[in-house]
Design a protein around this ligand. Structure first.
Ligand SMILES: [Ca+2]
Ligand SMILES: [Ca+2]
Ligand SMILES: [Ca+2]
Ligand SMILES: [Ca+2]
Length: 377
């Protein structure tokens, strides 16, 4: 059985099943939790072991201590190379997961040490999608130590699994290992018996009770799509004209012509290594589109790019919620800001800004806008 349910189960239910628990946190002490090598018999494979359990001749290929207990008896998965060949692949495949909730995060501790240790990558394979999505990469020797990787998975409505891959071109030498793989907040929100209050929304099928700010924000927080699919007819919060996930262009948003450069719509990773997202927020895969700004060369400090919204008419009570997801990652990221204006040629006034590196993740932001006149952001 490699099908794991991360859906619709409360955390208590997760705890009841040993297998589900071992999938939520895997320390490799007793078992490999369904993570297995899939390119066998090439003498370059992921193997579960501890430093203690290895013959002295192989000990230099493994970390001296595991991450969980910081002991030589502690276990991990590492790459064992027993012969030199021109082309060898170590591919660690995870069990298959059914789906994940919108706040799902994956983290793990890894080792990538040695002058000829080379690169490694973690990929996401979603059922029905040909193209895998790269979630994480290490490019070179990162020292004789355990390091942590944190990956935002978000809502994935289809079955998926991961692979952690390393290719040896004959000269591999070093330590590659992984320990303490952890999934957090990956279950769907638990069902509720009732859901009352002005700022609550009761999901149609999963019966979860969620914050009404999560309704019509293009993220399936319920897990059944009901917080998103009735946005036109019933909830009166939003119509499609007021939403944009950039999957089909800029919608009714426009590039300003008086700025220094433009927002670029792409999918997958940005061109500069170690900056920007590897995937969009809507789909959580390399298939989805998003807008980005290249802040590396040839851009100069203080160059700006402006994206203009359509003109909005204020709601009856004069309040409007503007919600978006942003990603700011890299050394050269400067500032992202949102302005509101009521006259089309003015700069308007500052509503919100964020400064500098915010790590490799999408962040949800809500701004409340008050206006008695039609306005633009
Ligand atoms: Ca361990
Ligand atoms: Ca192999
Ligand atoms: Ca939502
Ligand atoms: Ca998108």
């Amino acid at each position: 059985m490699t099908w794991l349910l991360l859906c619709g189960c409360s955390f208590t239910q997760l705890l009841l099943s040993k297998y589900l628990l071992s999938a939520a946190v895997c320390d490799f002490e007793r078992e490999n939790c369904g993570w297995i090598e899939t390119v066998n018999a090439d003498e370059f494979d992921w193997v579960r072991s501890s430093s203690n359990a290895l013959p002295p001749a192989f000990q230099k290929q493994a970390p001296p201590r595991d991450h969980t207990y910081n002991k030589s008896e502690g276990h991990f998965m590492f790459i064992l190379k027993t012969k030199n060949r021109i082309s060898q692949i170590a591919r660690l495949r995870s069990p298959k997961f059914r789906q994940s909730g919108s706040n799902c995060t994956l983290s793990f501790w890894y080792y990538n040490y040695g002058e000829s240790v080379g690169a490694a990558k973690l990929q996401l394979h979603v059922q029905g999608l040909k193209q895998p999505t790269v979630l994480w990469r290490t490019y070179y020797n990162e020292g004789n130590q355990w390091l942590k990787a944190v990956i935002q998975l978000g809502r994935l409505p289809y079955p998926f699994q991961f692979s952690l891959e390393k290719i040896s071109l004959g000269f591999y030498e070093g330590i590659s290992a992984i320990d303490d793989i952890t999934f957090e907040n990956c279950a769907l929100p638990p069902p509720a018996l009732s859901c009352e209050g002005p700022n609550r929304f009761w999901c149609r099928d999963t019966k979860a009770c969620i914050d009404s700010l999560l309704v019509c924000d293009l993220v399936d927080d319920c897990g059944d799509g009901s917080d998103e699919d009735s946005c036109v007819c019933c909830l009166c919060i939003s119509d499609p004209e007021l939403q944009c996930n950039f999957e089909n262009g800029l919608c009714n948003w426009e590039q300003d012509v008086e700025d220094d450069f433009d927002w670029i719509r792409i999918r997958g990773p940005t061109p500069t290594v170690n900056t920007g997202p590897l995937k969009d927020h809507t789909t959580g895969t390399a298939r989805g589109h998003y807008l980005y700004l290249e802040s590396s060369e040839p851009r100069q400090f203080l160059d700006k790019a402006v994206l203009l919204s359509p003109l909005f008419n204020p709601a009856g009570n004069g309040t409007c919620a503007f919600r978006f997801h942003y990603h700011m990652f890299g050394k050269q990221v400067y500032m992202l800001s949102v302005f509101q204006r009521t006259v089309s040629n003015a700069k308007g006034w500052l509503l919100w800004y964020k400064f500098g590196n915010q790590e490799n993740r999408w962040i949800r932001q809500t701004l409340f806008i008050r206006s008695s006149k039609p306005f633009q952001v």
